[in-house]
Design a protein around this ligand. Structure first.
Ligand SMILES: Cc1cc2nc3c(=O)[nH]c(=O)nc-3n(C[C@H](O)[C@H](O)[C@H](O)COP(=O)(O)O)c2cc1C
Length: 251
């Protein structure tokens, strides 16, 4: 799976089949986790995998965040022998960022292998540590519940269009003032950017058809390409023409 596709299509999966996960797949998850970047290259993590049914059942009693019956749970722990920073320090915060990177690697590697996973932050650390007999130097930070998904959950709702529109209005208003002193070509460039942002929103709602996508492609080239003042007026003309042609028959 392409990385960007994996990022786009990964979802938190909370319902799993009864099928167990082969060792090979679980090992790949740990390998992916251990490839995460770590502050100062401390690699302050330890990963514990729970897959035995009885333990999973008891673990669930101490982890209200786990909704369904997972085939395995990965415990992401801070190894106090590798990082002994005190809570409240910036180094301690750094450790959590590092464990977050490991979490994301596991979630993506699971998705890539056809597994469904969900990060679980709601659990009782002391009860859980006792259930799985966690050594004292391991501090439990996060769980990842895993299994083969019953179905692929729908993507969470996009941010409401109105929020994006308010941001666009903000962009236009703040641009307007800047334009008083800026070079003349900035004005059309800002209008193009505003048109591009509006089309982004329409596209995100799945309402941009192929002819309009083509014109959006031209607009995006202008927005994201290098500024070339010389051919700019002619390209704007061409753009206006393409746009009017692509919408002419709609009315
Ligand atoms: C640190 C962290 C803790 C989370 N804890 C829980 C949890 O306890 N229970 C749960 O069902 N989901 C939990 N989630 C999953 C989020 O609810 C989920 O990522 C979010 O709703 C976005 O959905 P998505 O992952 O499908 O994009 C957690 C996610 C993160 C990153």
């Amino acid at each position: 799976m392409e990385l960007l596709d994996a990022l786009r299509t990964r979802r938190s999966v909370r319902q799993w089949t009864a099928e167990s996960i082969p060792d090979e797949q679980l090992n790949k998850l740990v390998e992916a986790a251990a490839r995460a970047p770590s502050g100062g290259n401390t690699q302050p993590w330890a990963f514990v995998i729970i897959r035995e049914r009885g333990r999973l059942r008891r673990l669930r009693a101490a982890a209200p965040g786990i909704a369904g019956r997972a085939a395995a749970v990965v415990l992401i722990c801070l190894d106090r022998r590798r990082a002994d920073e005190e809570p409240g320090t910036s180094e301690y915060d750094m450790v959590h960022l590092t464990l977050g990177a490991a979490m994301q690697n596991i979630l993506l590697a699971a998705h890539d292998q056809g597994l469904g996973a969900c990060a679980i932050g709601s659990f009782h650390p002391a009860s859980l540590a006792s259930i799985v007999s966690l050594p004292r130097h391991l501090e439990l930070k996060l769980l990842i519940a895993l299994g083969y998904p019953v179905s692929q959950p729908a993507a969470p709702a996009l941010r409401p269009l109105s929020d994006e529109m308010l941001l666009l209005v903000g962009f236009m208003l703040t641009s307007a003032h800047g334009l008083v002193d800026e070079p003349q070509s900035y004005g059309p460039a800002r209008l193009l950017e505003a048109a591009g942002r509006l089309l982004d929103m329409i596209e995100e709602q799945g309402m941009l058809d192929d002819p309009l996508k083509q014109v959006k492609g031209i607009i995006d080239n202008e927005r994201f390409g290098p500024m070339d003042e010389e051919g700019f007026p002619a390209r704007l003309d061409q753009l206006a023409l393409s746009w009017t042609e692509s919408i002419a028959d709609r009315f």
